[in-house]
Design a protein around this ligand. Sequence first.
Ligand code: 4NP
Length: 154
Amino acid sequence: MRVLFVCLGNICRSPTAEAVFRQQLSAAGLDAQVAVDSAGTSDWHVGKPADTRTRLAAQRRGYDMTALRGRQVQVEDFSRFDLILAMDASNLAELQALQPADSHAQLDLYLRRYQLALDEMPDPYYGGEEGFEQVLDLAEQAAACLLAEVRGRL
Ligand code: 4NP
């Protein structure tokens, strides 16, 4: 199974979702069975490490994001991934517009899929520290739900 997380810049929300889910997969012993990646709808931060505030907040909770680099969603992603999870409604709309007619990838809003407190992952980029903590809180809750779904599908 292959899962792709998508946000706007691929330096805050989707790489956090990726790092948190990777850790939960690994703890469950399922990392060899599920491929995980993240990408942005924009090309603004291609090749760049995750946002410093994102990396430091993640590091405080034991997630290592140093190896991650920004990349933009490509048309090939719609054939490579089974499940493409958008962080907000605007990311989802962009993905729906890009999806080729012959792609069987399932697109969804990550938090809404699991009926968490919010439907969308709030963009922390222009806000304060608490926004990065909130992204981590939501990513941890959603990853547990996604892990349960993956267990059922494997
Ligand atoms: P992300 O956050 O989509 O969660 O990676 C953002 C990163 C960069 C920008 C906006 C949002 N930006 O305007 O450069």
